[in-house]
Design a protein around this ligand. Structure first.
Ligand code: ACM
Ligand code: ZN
Length: 719
């Protein structure tokens, strides 16, 4: 049965292919900046095509041959360049381009030239050609067969024309955390392949954490004997249950050197991160004398931010970090070394005689903006920055390092929103934008949480990634030049397997690739999705796992039955909270329903002010019923409404109340969820309907007692 269907497909393809080979399509991700096509006949890519390379481009030529083999089923011959060669020619021409990594592909009937400013440019030209190749059923079938049994090779046509392209951002990164859950070396190599496919050039490798130390350090061998292993892991979201499965792993320096080579071949730099002075509990578990209390400590089995950090007043702890950084720099030639700096609680330092003595010795003082302990962290970070800079490298730190007196040369990674990045760029720091609001790929990508793998929370669909503008308008053009790059992060507290990493990465990574390479002013999401479909064929070919929500949008848009209010003019007398205002009043009658993610753009959120909406039905109607949906999520301070009123008007000026209803506050024993509230009344003739919804105050048994509760409403219906 299987054999028969293979033959039918092969036959169908072959009858079609004598003259009409499948045609490449240059609409890919990231979209090339300039594509000029002519109507002439095409270049035929076949088994006879030879790849010629100029000096220094042999590896690139091999890559091209390998990619064509993956997709079309034949490897091309690779030869040093000869004059007038027909085939695909790879060459360098820095004169013809304004910037590094730029490339041009010129396709004529006899020859394809891929020309780059540098080898990286040629490599991106090759990526573009690779992503343009037609992927057919035959490709997919071939990929499942062994070399000897491949069905046939598949010629294809490349349309005649010229593509010229270059990246907008010099730094195009993705991060991976193999500390919360260890990812083996082969998986990390596949991750690097994924980056290369998306024209990314920086891999931020987060190598130390409270929950595991992942890099061999020769001077401190116990770090990986002890610090790389935890005895169990908390179950779920930091409850009191733990499994007792030993978890861990680490990379030897030899393995990491091999990884550096592997990435460099793909024009990717690996940026190692040693996160300090916080997130160090695995190191403290190994060497308790490096902490303020002396321990004992365990390699942490929970998630979150540990209070136990390196003792900043202990010279041995400082020497430890210097030694570690020096070995890290021996292994990684990266021009950037990441030294963390995020989420470092100061509670131990406040109590620690050594830390307090250091504060005295350095004459550090609180000044209203920052505490003496904040300045102590700056002292640690700046001291380590000197160690890094002494070897001709630059430090990167998370945006917390702005709290104090950070070294001017430090590059700031803005993760708690874009504000840190804005402040840093204004102060003259170089900045990498990686705000959790748009680029944390450990967040949910669908509102349909019940059908998603468990994750850390949040809601970050592809649309939101695609809508991110990395250059804040608050900055002058001069300051904007300090935004050197864009990056997404994948933290793995709730991601235990590499398949799951891939699922979280793609296709959000496609949206990221567009921002990094093109940062387009105008964005067309539908066209982007079509280009993603082509990438998805490659993902299937390479057996990459990826999320498919955007290819099937109907499956996750819930709508209301159209009613008298649907998509009619609507105004708000009171504004929602800025953070939850989204498109404004129209969210309330656009017919689209939200799910449990209240920051999805489908809900409006109010705190301390009522929702007061006026709907103009545009003609007189008889109304008898108003319904609305509200969210209850008590842990997030979101409660049911306390009261709702309906008023009607003929002229939009004088309103008359027709219904009012009160709702008792939801208790802890009541379920959270989405609830519909309904007000029925005597038939009333009206053109305008006003709906006023008030919130409760948080009750005494709530952490937020003393504050108003939030109300979130997604849709108002009038019948
Ligand atoms: C971070 O997410 N703690 C940088
Ligand atoms: Zn201390």
């Amino acid at each position: 049965m299987k054999k028969l269907s293979l033959i039918i497909i092969a036959a169908a393809l072959c009858s079609a292919c004598t003259k009409n080979y499948p045609v490449a399509n240059y609409d890919i991700i990231p979209q090339p900046k300039e594509v000029k096509l002519s109507e002439e006949k095409s270049f035929v890519l076949s088994q006879k095509t030879v790849v010629y390379y100029e000096d220094g481009l042999q590896r690139e030529a091999q890559f091209l041959s390998e990619y064509v083999d993956d997709i079309l089923g034949f490897a091309m011959d690779v030869q040093a360049y000869q004059d007038q060669a027909n085939g695909i020619v790879l060459k360098l021409d820095s004169e013809d381009f304004d910037q590094a990594e730029a490339y041009e592909i010129n396709v004529t009937p006899k020859q394809v030239t891929i020309k780059g400013f540098d080898a990286a440019g040629v490599f991106y030209g090759i990526q573009t050609l690779r992503k343009s190749l037609p992927i057919s059923q035959l490709t997919t079938l071939n990929s499942q067969l062994t070399l000897n049994s491949k069905l046939s090779t598949l010629n294809s046509q490349l349309p005649i024309g010229t593509i010229r392209d270059y990246p907008n951002f010099a730094y195009r990164g993705m991060h991976l955390d193999p500390c919360r859950h260890f990812m083996d070396l082969d998986s990390v190599k596949i991750y690097i392949d994924m980056l290369a496919l998306h024209n990314m050039n920086q891999f931020h490798f987060h190598l130390s954490e409270d929950q595991g130390w992942r890099i061999e350090i020769k001077k401190y061998p116990e770090l990986t004997e002890v610090g790389a292993w935890r005895s169990g892991t908390v179950i779920g979201h930091n409850g009191n249950l733990y499994d007792t499965i030993r978890h861990g792993g680490f990379y030897t320096q030899d393995e990491l050197r091999d990884l550096v080579r592997y990435a460099a071949e793909r024009h990717i730099n690996i940026i190692p991160e040693i996160d300090l002075p916080g997130h160090m509990q695995a190191a403290l578990a190994t060497y308790p004398q490096l902490g303020c209390t002396g321990g004992p400590y365990e390699v942490w089995r929970r998630w979150g931010v540990s209070d136990d950090v390196l003792c900043a007043g202990n010279e041995e702890a400082m020497q430890f970090v210097e030694d570690v950084l020096n070995e890290v720099m021996d292994v990684f030639p990266s021009p950037y070394i990441h030294i963390g700096g995020d989420e470092c609680p100061k509670v131990r330092w406040q109590q620690c005689p050594k830390c307090q003595a250091k504060i005295k010795e350095l004459d550090l003082k609180a000044d209203g903006r920052f505490t003496a302990e904040d300045y102590l962290q700056s002292y640690v970070m700046n001291r380590m920055a000197k160690v890094v800079e002494a070897r001709g490298r630059r430090v990167i730190g998370w945006d917390e390092i702005l709290e104090g007196n950070v070294s001017e040369t430090a590059i700031i990674m803005s993760w708690r929103g874009t504000e840190g990045g804005i402040e840093a760029a204004q102060k003259g720091h170089d900045v990498i934008m990686t705000p959790s609001s748009h680029l944390y790929f450990d967040y949910y990508q669908s509102e349909d949480i019940a059908n998603e793998p468990n994750c850390i929370g949040g809601y970050l669909p592809v649309e939101r990634v695609y809508a991110f503008h990395p250059l804040p308008e608050e900055l002058t053009p001069e300051q904007q030049r300090h935004i050197i790059g864009v990056q997404a992060n994948i933290w793995t507290e709730y991601i235990a397997s590499f398949r799951h990493v891939q699922y979280m990465a793609m296709p959000r990574m496609d949206a990221l690739a567009e921002l990094q390479w093109n940062n387009p002013e105008e964005r067309d999401f539908d066209a982007f999705v079509e280009r993603c479909r082509k990438m998805a064929q490659l993902y299937d070919l390479y057996h990459y796992n990826y999320a498919k929500h955007i290819f099937n949008p109907q499956a996750w848009t819930d709508t209301v039955v159209p009613n008298l209010a649907t998509r009619k003019p609507i105004t708000l007398r009171e504004q929602p909270a800025e953070k939850y205002a989204f498109k404004g009043a129209v969210v309330l009658n656009d017919g689209e329903l939200g799910r449990s993610a209240y920051n999805s753009g489908r809900w409006l959120g109010f705190s301390g002010t009522p929702l007061d909406a006026v709907i103009d039905m545009e003609q007189n109607a008889t109304v008898t019923n108003v319904r609305f949906r509200a969210l209850v999520k008590k842990g997030s301070w979101i409660y049911n409404p306390s009261q709702a009123k309906v008023l009607v008007s003929d002229d939009g000026t004088t309103f008359r109340e027709v219904a009012q209803k009160s709702f008792p506050i939801s208790g802890w024993a009541d379920k959270d969820g989405i609830f519909t509230y309904e007000l029925e009344f005597e038939p009333a003739s009206a053109r305008f309907v006003e709906v006023v919804i008030n919130g409760h105050d948080l009750p005494e048994d709530h952490d937020g007692y003393g504050h108003p509760a939030w109300i979130f409403v997604d849709e108002i219906e009038v019948w």
